[in-house]
Design a protein around this ligand. Structure first.
Ligand code: CP
Ligand code: NVA
Length: 308
């Protein structure tokens, strides 16, 4: 049987997304441990910091009966120049699955290309598919949406940087046929190839995709989602970004435009006072931390799907 990787949301069909979400809800409601992965191992290879992704994958693997192994790149021969090709082939002999968080998306693709075990993208500069699966689960949970047909009626607005989070959100909206508006300053637009790929899906899935720099497009939003203005790896642009993104903050003024039942999401970590006002972060603490908690349930469903 050929192995399957999760490098991008586009690696999943709409049916597979639904299967993973259903499993995540089932696991969340039952809260029981399984020993399905007894004797199996998942490597967690992280080139950059992580709290949620690292810990939720580790705990997910333990709760499924398996063993997570934290691979600190600095302590591996990778840091001395061993190639991805060789590292990937070697790890394939020891592990049953590999989660990689890397700066470059092409590096994760290279890992997947040479490995004989499933490779899961734990965030790159291009996508963060595991986060977005937990986010869709959270939107369904908070809005008490039972199926994707009803989810299609929820207006999701992402505001801020066009980055890995907005790319994966755009991808899942395209695949499932959701109503998504992305608001970002014109100096930091969605990349053309990212948008073009999503638009390939809209006619068949009915996705309503709107890309704009106008914050008034948040009108009647049922979900407002934001992320940091400066992602990991882009620190050199921090000063410039702070200026350009200043009017794209999620604050009480912006929320006046949204629907009365709007929930606020943030993938975290957050910088209070930058992309999200402190009072908004406090007010929507329940939704934002439910989202973080759902990473665990989504991770388990992802592992069950890919490490079959
Ligand atoms: N949201 C998220 O992926 O958080 P970490 O960087 O802490 O893993
Ligand atoms: N866009 C952020 C997400 C962190 C989970 C980053 O890449 O740093």
């Amino acid at each position: 049987m050929t192995k399957k990787d999760l490098l991008s949301i586009y690696d999943l069909s709409a049916t597979e997304v639904k299967t993973i979400l259903n499993k995540a809800f089932e696991l969340k409601s039952k809260k029981r441990r399984l020993d399905i992965f007894k004797g199996r191992t998942l490597g967690l290879l992280l080139e950059k910091p992580s709290t949620r992704t690292m810990v939720s994958f580790a705990v997910a693997m333990v709760q499924l009966g398996g063993t997570p192994i934290l691979l600190d790149v600095e302590k591996m021969q990778r840091s001395r120049g061993e190639s991805i090709h060789d590292t990937s082939l070697v790890l394939s002999h020891y592990l049953d699955g590999l989660m990689v968080r890397a700066f470059k998306h092409t590096d994760v693709e290279e890992f997947a290309n040479y490995s004989t075990i499933p490779v899961i993208n734990g965030l790159t500069d291009h996508e963060h598919p595991c986060q977005i699966l937990a986010d869709i689960m959270t939107i369904m949970e908070l809005h008490k949406v039972k199926n994707i047909e009803v989810l299609k009626k929820i207006k999701i607005v992402y505001i801020g940087d066009s980055n890995n989070i907005s790319n994966s959100l755009l991808a899942i909206s395209a695949v499932l046929g959701l109503d998504l508006t992305i608001i970002s300053p014109k100096e930091y637009p969605i990349k053309k190839e990212v948008l073009d790929k999503a638009l390939e899906y809209t006619s068949s899935t009915g996705a309503e995709i709107k890309i704009t720099s106008d914050i008034n497009a948040a009108k009647n939003a049922d979900v407002i989602y934001t992320d940091v203005w400066t992602s990991m790896g882009f620190e050199a642009e921090e000063k410039k970004r702070k200026k350009l993104f200043a009017s794209y903050q999620v604050n009480s003024e912006l929320l006046k435009k949204a629907s009365s039942k709007c929930v606020v999401l943030h993938c975290l970590p957050a910088i209070r006072g930058e992309e999200i006002a402190t009072d908004v972060m406090d007010k929507y603490e329940t939704s934002i931390f439910t989202e973080a908690g759902n990473r665990l349930h989504a991770q388990k469903a992802i592992l069950l799907h890919f490490l079959k």
